[in-house]
Design a protein around this ligand. Structure first.
Ligand code: CUA
Length: 333
């Protein structure tokens, strides 16, 4: 042991990494699937994992045994050198080939099962933007951002589209990930067993705020989902003039917010997220910040300062302007 300290460091780092697996609150684990698609992928993973684990243990055992058995000793002559052994070579070619075949059968079956178009799905078009997700429901005429809603127990078919760089759409507990590429339309479907909230994340490095491109899926009861759709379709009312919200409403056009954002009945911008019902969401800016008045203040004060690479510019708003805009945003439920 030339450097025992280094070995200690490696050991501590290794144990630390291992301990990560003990995390109780792991909302993005793939190992506890909550829907049929996730379960299919998970059972294929488990099957392949145990075959790989058996191969690993056997090979490592063999290597360690041979190293130990034929280690150098001053009084021991060099072991006999063997070249070529037809039977052995046939075996270690045939056994891995057979193992690959055994893994290939369920793999291909799962690939084809997952590629099937589901029956009677809720259809959602997902567009990846730097750094947020846009959702369109073509059958309902609803557009929203970052937080996607659908009924539990029903298939959801996501049509994935990219407009700038490559992103990747992933809700780990429901399904595998799928790249979102500009100029290419792809599909991924999934289903949640029961109502619940599932966290997701962009999983293709897409720029400075890749890590801040999160998402949240709300699997709801059919009644809750219908109520959500109805609320999203409603056209927000305009706040009365002379109030902070009314002043914020005026600023929304004056400061150019309306050029980039849609608010139903007010503006039709498509550069940033649709804000018609922004305050009904639990978080904003790529699901990065909880939807609170304080966080909105922080955001409006300097968007690229709190979310690097954000396309929303620092508009140099005064404290009063921010107060009024936040008051207006709070009316967009
Ligand atoms: Cu989008 Cu990473």
């Amino acid at each position: 042991m030339r450097n025992p300290r280094r070995i200690w460091y490696a050991l501590v780092a290794g144990i630390g990494l291992l301990a990560v697996a003990c995390a109780k609150h792991a909302p993005q684990t793939t190992l506890k699937p909550e829907g049929p698609v996730g379960r299919k992928i998970d059972s294929l993973f488990t099957f392949t994992f145990w075959i790989a684990a058996a191969v690993f243990v056997l090979v490592e055992f063999g290597v360690v045994y041979l190293v130990w058995r034929y280690r150098h000793r001053d009084d021991r002559p060099e072991p006999a050198q063997v070249h070529g052994n037809t039977r052995l070579e046939m075996t270690w070619t045939a056994v891995p080939a057979l193992l690959l075949l055994i893994v290939a059968v369920p793999t291909f079956r799962t690939i084809f099962e997952l590629a099937k178009t589901p029956k009677d799905p809720i259809r959602v078009t997902v567009t990846g933007h730097q750094f947020w997700w846009e959702y369109n429901y073509p059958d309902y005429g609803v557009t929203t951002a970052n937080e996607v809603h659908f009924p539990a127990g029903r298939n959801v078919e996501f049509t994935l589209k990219g407009v700038d760089v490559i992103h990747s759409f992933w809700i780990p507990r429901l399904s595998g990930k799928h790249d979102v590429e500009p100029g290419r339309v792809s599909r991924i479907s999934m289903k949640a067993d029961k109502p619940g909230v599932f966290l997701g994340q962009c999983v293709e490095f897409c720029g400075l705020s890749h890590a801040n491109m999160r998402l949240r899926a709300f699997a709801q009861t059919p009644a809750d989902f219908d109520a959500w759709v109805a609320a999203q379709k409603a056209v927000p009312g305009q706040p009365p003039t002379g109030t902070p919200a009314g002043d914020g409403f005026a600023l929304f056009s004056v400061k150019g917010c309306s050029g980039c954002h849609t608010v139903a009945g007010v503006s039709t911008g498509t550069v940033g997220p649709n804000l018609s019902h922004v305050y009904s969401r639990t978080a904003f800016a790529g699901d990065t910040f909880d939807m609170t008045p304080d966080n909105l203040r922080m955001w409006l004060h300097d968007p690229p300062g709190v979310k690097p690479g954000s396309k929303m510019p620092n508009l140099g708003l005064s404290s009063t302007e921010i107060t009024n805009l936040v008051a207006y945003l709070q009316t967009l439920k």
